[in-house]
Design a protein around this ligand. Structure first.
Ligand SMILES: Cc1cc2nc3c(=O)[nH]c(=O)nc-3n(C[C@H](O)[C@H](O)[C@H](O)COP(=O)(O)OP(=O)(O)OC[C@H]3O[C@@H](n4cnc5c(N)ncnc54)[C@H](O)[C@@H]3O)c2cc1C
Length: 471
């Protein structure tokens, strides 16, 4: 059977070698042509269509150890799949072994200690559902079927970031299988250099088998939902959004979305397919206080839809899911922002109106607060000067429309880049964004990350990621 090495050359392994490997696994193995192979190799972004030589359906740590040993011994390229949501398709590589963690989705909550341990195949919704049973939450992202592994290892932000910082700021420890196939714990007390690097450094240092999150009291009910307006109201809506977020308490996060209105039941039919602005709202303090805070938004009137109401935090966490389905083609460009100037918001609205697909959007996510108060080298994620993020999200259906959609996103980015902090989010880098952008994502933490890489993975076993290399 043929595999690819990290360098891309071809290598053939014998049946006996493969049989010996398979005999060590609890989970199964999928090869091209087998019934579940295509589903297991597929990722969220349909523009990524890659064929691993073999998929290991990992059921536990022993499967991870056996796979890392095997890949290393035979110099076969190894990729790791968590939720498969990475825009660059970093879970999958042609000719590689894919270590598919997506079957390992256990979550154990200790409500008295305010911690949860979650296996690395969990989706965000798995953790939210279990922790919310106790009115607790880890600060995770905006779309419930994203993987916790990729999100947490790259930083992670969502509706609770203004209260609690990056997702990785709430990680207490991780269990890791290293490049030499040992099991170690990474925490402040044990292997602190690895703990530092994993919180932001992506999948560069090992296979994380579980995450221990510190939990915070949130919900189970919050004030949340979204309000939308037709494009003619965009300037005054964005000005109100800017004012609100410049003085909002940490419990309030509003996200501005500029796009064409989808045919969603909560939006007036007259606006479907036309340009709109929407503000997604999440207030996780006392409901009445939230109502008072967002009254100026509501007072703008003339809405095309308003579903801001008392709701569960779990339902809030999946509000955006339907807008980002698996199986469309996607291309993103993102930048961290020092804040929201009127010029930035106006330019974002102009570019959104030029989009060539009804599914595309420009989204502005405020994230200021606790993450800004920690030193830049608190963990590898850095970007402690980011107060917001703009994501230009091109999303379309047909291969034939690739070029037009990618060019729309790039043109918007070339212009909006002038508002950037200079930093970018490693988890939103696309396939073609290489060394220069990876360095922009890590800034002054890059050299230290490279040293930790040299110490924990000198042979670059973990290379299917936004790869950090010793200089
Ligand atoms: C619809 C959508 C919404 C999003 N929203 C947010 C958001 O609100 N906030 C935010 O911060 N980000 C968001 N993201 C970005 C997201 O953080 C990244 O796409 C992230 O990579 C997804 O993690 P995953 O496990 O699904 O990725 P995968 O594609 O499975 O993996 C991505 C990378 O992580 C590595 N990896 C995966 N599992 C492990 C493991 N167990 N051990 C070591 N390395 C591993 C892989 O090697 C790979 O390099 C969103 C993405 C999408 C598609």
């Amino acid at each position: 059977m043929k595999f690819r090495t990290a360098a891309g050359s071809e290598i053939a392994l014998e049946k006996k070698q493969l049989d010996d490997f398979k005999a060590q696994l609890r989970g199964g193995v999928l090869s091209p042509g087998e019934p579940e192979y295509d589903e297991a190799r597929s990722v969220w972004n349909a523009a990524i269509d890659r064929r691993p030589a073999m998929i290991v359906r990992c059921l536990g740590t022993q499967d991870v150890i056996a796979t890392v040993k095997f890949a290393r011994e035979h110099r076969v390229s190894l990729s790791i799949k968590g939720g498969g949501h990475n825009i660059a398709g970093l879970a999958v590589r042609d000719g590689a072994i894919m270590l598919d963690m997506s079957l390992a989705r256990g979550v154990w909550v200790d409500p008295s200690a305010h911690v949860a341990r979650a296996q690395a195949g969990c989706l965000l919704g798995d953790v939210d559902r279990e922790t919310q049973l106790h009115g607790l939450a880890a600060p995770l992202g905006f779309v419930s079927n994203t993987g916790i592994a990729g999100l947490t290892l790259g930083g992670g932000f969502g509706y609770l970031t203004r209260r609690f910082g990056w997702t990785c700021d709430s990680v207490r420890s991780m269990d890791v299988v290293t490049a030499d196939a040992r099991i170690v714990r990474a925490s402040e007390a044990e292997n602190s250099d690895l703990y530092w690097a994993l919180r932001g450094g992506g999948g560069n240092f090992g296979v994380v088998t579980s995450f221990e999150y510190e939990l915070h009291a949130v919900g189970p009910e919050i004030l949340g939902g979204a309000i939308a307006w037709a494009a003619e109201h965009t300037p005054r809506v964005l000005e109100q959004f800017r004012k609100l977020m410049s003085s909002a308490p940490p419990e309030l996060t509003c996200v501005a979305v500029l796009r064409k209105a989808p045919p969603a039941p909560w939006l007036a039919p007259a606006i479907h397919g036309k340009d709109m602005v929407a503000v997604f709202v999440c207030y996780s303090g006392p409901i009445e206080e939230g109502q008072r805070l967002i009254a100026p938004l509501k007072a703008l009137g003339a809405t095309a839809g308003d579903v801001v109401q008392r709701r569960t935090y779990v339902s809030q966490q999946s509000l955006l899911d339907a807008t980002q389905p698996k199986g469309r083609r996607y291309y993103w460009k993102s930048e961290y922002l020092p804040g929201h100037s009127p010029e930035l918001l106006a330019a974002a609205a102009e570019h959104a109106a030029r989009s060539v697909s009804p599914h595309s959007a420009i989204i502005v996510f405020p994230m200021d607060g606790p993450l800004n108060r920690l030193p830049p080298d608190h963990s590898a994620v850095g970007n402690r000067d980011a107060r917001s993020l703009v994501n230009i999200t091109a999303s379309w259906d047909r291969l034939a429309d690739d070029a037009a959609n990618v060019e729309w996103a790039r043109a918007a980015w070339r212009d909006l880049r002038r508002f950037s902090t200079g930093g970018t989010y490693v988890n939103m880098l696309t396939d073609e964004e290489g060394d220069e952008r990876i360095r922009a994502a890590y800034g002054t933490n890059y050299e230290r990350l490279a040293k930790v890489k040299a110490s924990w993975d000198p042979d670059n076993v973990f290379h299917v990621n936004k790869n950090v290399r010793p200089s």
